[in-house]
Design a protein around this ligand. Structure first.
Ligand SMILES: [Zn+2]
Length: 48
């Protein structure tokens, strides 16, 4: 059973935008307003 794989695939096709902290480069989830790593609110988003 590839449940994890299915979830990952669904998530991937669903999200064509990548959010990343501008200060440390950490990947940030869209629902997060701050970087979980350094607390910066400077979130860059890249659309594919
Ligand atoms: Zn950061």
């Amino acid at each position: 059973m590839g449940l994890l794989e299915l979830l990952r695939r669904t998530r991937r096709s669903d999200e064509s935008t990548l959010y990343e902290c501008r200060d440390c480069g950490t990947c940030v989830f869209p629902e997060q307003e701050k970087c979980p790593n350094c607390g910066s609110v400077e979130i860059a988003c890249y659309e594919f």
